[in-house]
Ligand binder design. Structure first.
Ligand code: ADP
Ligand code: MG
Length: 254
């Protein structure tokens, strides 16, 4: 089996709203693996965004914890929590969050210069990730000159430029038509496989299912289904084979 990238332990989140308590996450225990694109699906209000924000170090849970490399994320001091987000996490949100007045190349290169990358290196890196998402010819385009799908690919390229180990996407295809949604989903799955990254992708779009290695379903803040996708992609097939091969030797050592 692939290694665990990050996990939750009895993760709970409640909100007080007009005197009532809303339970957004109800004691979630889940392990997310590296090298896999996991979809988190569920109806509106089921806790998907809250789950991402607790795992990505954006919003503290009410109880329980997130464990990353043996450490309790929500016991870390603020400075180390910021470091966790900066060094390990990448986020892609529904709207893409691009700046209207910057070209595709600038959207990616400018943030890199803020974290100390030289201008030349930042431009080279930006060009490389744009090529990776199939937009080498759109370096100089502004968001208003591109389709929704192309803009969402720029947002993904910007995230990839950081090369994050943990990638969190919140409804990244909800503003796209099926064709563009499929392009983005395929790109995310390829990223998980090629970079051995953990991708958690929130969606309520069933059309993304063929691109996932694993599908989690959430309802009322609880994980109600956890399904490894059948091996219709080469990587899943390899993984299952490795698991089978490991089993006898594992038993032997016990
Ligand atoms: P989803 O992303 O699946 O649509 P959310 O995680 O955004 O769901 O929300 C889960 C539940 O928590 C909902 O009932 C929502 O109204 C509530 N909730 C989320 N954020 C807040 C907040 N900041 N204040 C009050 N209630 C919230
Ligand atoms: Mg949401």
């Amino acid at each position: 089996m692939a290694s665990i990238a990050i996990e939750t332990s009895a993760l709970c989140k409640t909100f007080e709203q007009g005197g009532a308590t809303v339970v957004a996450l109800d004691s979630v225990d889940i392990e997310l693996r590296e090298g896999e694109m996991t979809l988190l699906m569920g109806p509106s209000g089921s806790g998907k965004s809250t789950f991402i924000s607790a795992l990505g170090g954006l919003q503290a849970p009410s109880a329980g914890d997130v464990l990353f490399r043996g450490e309790s994320l929500w016991s870390l001091p603020e400075r180390r929590l910021n470091q966790f987000r900066r060094e390990y996490c990448g986020f892609v949100f529904q709207s893409g969050g691009l700046f209207p007045s910057l070209t595709a190349l600038q959207q990616i290169a400018i943030p890199l210069t803020y974290v100390g990358v030289s201008r030349t290196e930042a431009v080279e890196k930006a060009a490389a990730v744009l090529a990776e998402v199939g937009l080498a010819d759109r370096e100089d385009s502004l968001p208003g000159e591109m389709s929704g799908g192309q803009n969402q690919r720029v947002a993904i390229a910007r995230m990839l430029a950081k090369d994050p180990y943990l990638i969190f996407c919140d409804e990244p295809t909800s503003a796209l038509d099926s064709e563009n949604g499929a392009v983005v989903a395929r790109l995310l799955q390829r990223t998980a496989h090629e970079r051995n990254a953990m991708i958690l992708c929130v969606t309520h779009d069933e059309r993304l299912m063929p691109f996932a290695d694993r599908v989690l379903r959430i309802a009322d803040g609880r994980i109600v289904a956890d399904i490894d996708q059948p091996a219709d992609n080469p990587r899943s097939a390899t993984q299952q084979q490795q698991t089978r091969q490991q089993e006898p030797s594992k038993e032997g050592t016990l």
